[in-house]
Design a protein around this ligand. Sequence first.
Ligand SMILES: C[S@@+](CC[C@H](N)C(=O)[O-])C[C@H]1O[C@@H](n2cnc3c(N)ncnc32)[C@H](O)[C@@H]1O
Length: 240
Amino acid sequence: MRKQPGYRAMSKRRKPGRAWLARHIDDPYVKRARAHGYRSRAAFKLIEIDARDRLIRPGMAVVDLGSAPGAWSQVLRERLARPGGAGIDGRIVALDLLPMEPIADVTFLQGDLRDEATLRQLAATVGGPTLDLVVSDMAPNLSGVAAADAARMIDLVELAVAFALAHLKPDGALLVKCFHGSGYSQLVELFGHSFVRLAVRKPKASRAGSAETYLLGRSPKATAVPAGAAMQGGAGLDAS
Ligand SMILES: C[S@@+](CC[C@H](N)C(=O)[O-])C[C@H]1O[C@@H](n2cnc3c(N)ncnc32)[C@H](O)[C@@H]1O
């Protein structure tokens, strides 16, 4: 029963220890997040990856999986904002198990991506291959048992890949959080089968001791088959 480095069991939500609190208070990304009004320091992970990979552009249709508390959706909204506060140029759909405080111009669905009903609802909102970008910062509730936690993470990444393959445009991209541990090479292989281009990103805002890593796939391969017919269909999510 070995714990993965950087894994913090979230299912048993104990009070954070003194060391964690001290690190959190001193964390420059936490301070910057507060100063910018972002809901979490996670915002800077997406900002950093976007600065390098130029993922988010006005006019895009984007889905944010595992969106709560909402920092990535805030960043997406900023990037798609029309000048003068006139809404956004594009569309953002966000999904999480947990509730999320509303963000202007972001359509939020609450549900578990592993549930058929949620998948159908998301598919109906998004429609066919209309998306330019899918981002997933989903992380499972961790038990601390490495093999079980790795399996849960793999499950979430596979679901994000299947969803993305069903809904991305031919030049679309998928950015997914995973953990560099057991099952990691399996996920890299999955991305290799699914996308024409693959990159691995570890933003500075991602804590150095954490196993967290991001996989970026661009241009779904025509030969990659999305799993699950429930992911298809519904009305189109139009960026215009
Ligand atoms: C690290 S947080 C995401 C932080 C978010 N990117 C932000 O910037 O605020 C991971 C989220 O994934 C969500 N999540 C985990 N499993 C999920 C699932 N099966 N379906 C939907 N959301 C899930 C959790 O509820 C949690 O809010």
